[in-house]
Write a protein that binds this ligand. Sequence first.
Ligand code: FES
Length: 159
Amino acid sequence: MQQIAIPPEDEISKTLQIIENKEHDPNHLVKLLQEIQSELGYVPENAQRLIARKMNTPMSQIYGILSFYNFFRLFPPGRHRVTVCLGTACYVKGSRNILKEITSRYELEAGQTTSDRRFSLDIVRCVGCCAIGPVMTVDDKVYGRMKPEKVKTVLREHR
Ligand code: FES
């Protein structure tokens, strides 16, 4: 999946469009943030500030929501979405070591994007391929029976 970067001014105008159509009710913040992420690929800080102002809500409350739910992204998505499954079946087969290899090799944590915007990394909890765990995915492709030493080869396929 190839992601296209959205200029910051477009992020603002898209955020405004989404906010304009909503009730200014803090109880709907999660849904609103989800809509923004679905439109922009993440929830930029500019959007957070706009929401805080328009909905008369403290930034700390917005940040609290964004950090509580691990599906929210605070960074722009990379060209390729990498996930590591930490569901039980994969975890017991060593998926933590796959995650550790990616985080140390590419210097990124789950929820982040590499500085060259090549990869975003997320943790998932079962992709339905438990029999071939530990599993990682890149975009829509599933890589089973992963080992830390195979990570470099897999990621090299995705420029
Ligand atoms: S637990 Fe990893 S695919 Fe099911």
